[in-house]
Design a protein around this ligand. Sequence first.
Ligand SMILES: *Cc1c(COP(=O)(O)O)cnc(C)c1O
Length: 358
Amino acid sequence: MFMIYQKSSPLTIENIVNSKINNVDFKNLKFGHVFTDYMFECDYTEGSWVNPTIKPFGNLSISPASKVFHYGQAVFEGMKAYKDDFGKIWLFRPEENFKRINKSSKRLAIPEFPKELFFEALEKMLVLDKDWIKPGIGNSLYIRPFVIATQAEVSASPSSEYKFLILFSPAQAYYAGDVKVVIAEHYSRSADGGVGAAKAAGNYAAQFYPTNLAKEKGFHQIIWTDSKEHKFLEEAGTMNVFFRINDTLITAPVSDRILDGVTRNSLIALAKRDGIKVEERKITVDELKEASNNNTLKEIFGAGTAAVISPVIDFSHKNKVYHLPKIKESYATIFKSELLNIQHNNAEDSFGWRYPVK
Ligand SMILES: *Cc1c(COP(=O)(O)O)cnc(C)c1O
């Protein structure tokens, strides 16, 4: 599919009448629950993206026959904007998210979205919704770009029509609590040749049931293993996962089954900069259990945009629970604060990750 952004269809803005912002309690935000005043919507029809519009947040009206409802042809992204102490707005490595949504789209036979339009829409909407971004470490605006198949036809083939949308939701630093995880022995999140490396909407739906089973047993998340043998550790819930054995940080290499996370990638760079040994390699359940038994396993944590870093306190495999030690200067805490400081313009950005919004 070609990506054609017709200049005859420029971005239009429909202004809100009243802001909803005064109804929002910014001290008690539930993640992903409240949305800002605006949203971005753009249609794909007859081979091009048309009518790009920033408009008041509101319901869509689409046919119940839209392919997204029947075949799950949909992809999404998750990224954040931050406000520094001077009121300036920053994005964190947004090009990575932009590239990735198109990579995900390609895998789901969805036409790619033009870069220029993505950034124009995103930045203009950030300026319109700027009061929704609160300064202070941990506060952010969660950004959810997504694409859905809207052709009204239930034939099982790629849609000829789509909508590309962007929503904003104010977010607070949240502490996920003491996360207990169970290592997958039966269910899988992804498989070789599958869609695990894409942010395909259906990947998440497929995790809900096995995660509910884990919750019934008192765990919060699943550490996914390879679908063939359930031998290799791959991701934690919807996050990439890191293991610290002695002072070495280990994470699985990205593949068809493992999503190439921006947080993962950034943590690897920070760790290397800090002189910490990092290994991107396969790690087995047996190696983890052995490291736990001989007390060389120091930390396990998940890494992703929404929660940044989620430390794990217990993991379970074959009905046996293994506890993680309490660490004073944990890598999880160090990296989380290093990352947040870069994101909030409180620290030098030696990697050039920050992106200023004009
Ligand atoms: C989005 C996602 C991640 C984290 O990626 P980030 O770019 O760090 O937010 C990890 N695993 C899966 C399965 C994901 O969907």
